[in-house]
Design a protein. Structure first.
Length: 241
């Protein structure tokens, strides 16, 4: 039997990269899937590729609009069994090049919006349910130019523990997956020199694939992980060693 048969799942940022691959895997595993996105071109492409999924146009960084996403999920699914908090932005630059507007944009998209989406979804979650947070190896290493990005990921990863303690009484498990460099559109557009510099930092000697993250998310979403909560799974090719 498919591992997610009958489960109702929401994947934020599900129109490209890790989110799209995870949505594909969820569909294969029997889940009813909803995804969020903002870019019309990637939304249309994802809808065509995934077939019968619910597509919700939403800005992950707009905290005030997250209630609309929750309302769409309640209307379409009734309840929610799985949430993959995946939408985010990656902006890397030295500390002296940051301004307050850019700082807020990163924190709004990577932390504030997801936090209030989760809050709005609380009445919609089934019991049991699983939340998976997409973190990053950058929360664990001192990579230059990543100060703001790493801080946002450290903040969201911490929710895997604090909210596990708070929400387990509702039957909700919270876990995180933290990837190293994955060959998604974020990295595909880099120069060969930039890609080579990243690979030098990875003991496995290569970029990861989105499917390798999606496999871990499927496990954490499934009943196989019923005793797993507050955990962070590092999938980084050894980058954090």
């Amino acid at each position: 039997m498919p591992r997610l048969q009958g489960k109702r799942a929401l994947i934020t940022g599900g129109t490209s990269g890790i989110g799209l691959e995870t949505a594909r895997r969820f569909v294969e595993e029997g889940a009813r899937v909803a995804i969020t996105g903002l870019n019309k071109a990637t939304i249309d492409a994802a809808r065509k590729e995934l077939g019968d999924v619910l597509v919700i146009e939403s800005d992950a960084g707009d905290a005030a609009s997250q209630g609309n996403v929750a309302a769409e999920i309640r209307k379409a699914f009734g309840q929610l069994d799985v949430l993959f908090i995946n939408a985010g932005v990656v902006e890397l630059k030295p500390i002296d090049q940051w301004d307050a507007a850019a700082f807020d944009r990163s924190f709004n998209t990577n932390v504030k919006g997801p936090y209030f989406l989760l809050q709005q979804l609380l009445p919609v979650f089934a019991n049991p349910a699983s939340i998976i947070i997409n973190g990053s190896v950058n929360a664990h290493i001192g990579m230059p130019t990543s100060s703001v990005y790493a801080a946002t990921k450290a903040a969201i990863i911490s929710l895997a523990k604090t909210l596990s303690g708070e929400l387990i009484a509702r039957g909700i498990r919270v876990n995180a997956v933290s990837a190293g460099p994955i060959m998604t559109p974020v990295h595909a557009g880099r120069s060969d020199e930039e890609k080579a510099a990243f690979v030098k930092q990875i003991p496995a000697g290569r970029f990861g694939q989105a499917s390798e993250i999606a496999n871990a998310v499927v496990f954490l979403a499934s009943d196989e992980a019923a005793f797993t909560l507050g955990a962070e799974v590092l999938i980084d090719g050894g980058m954090s060693l």
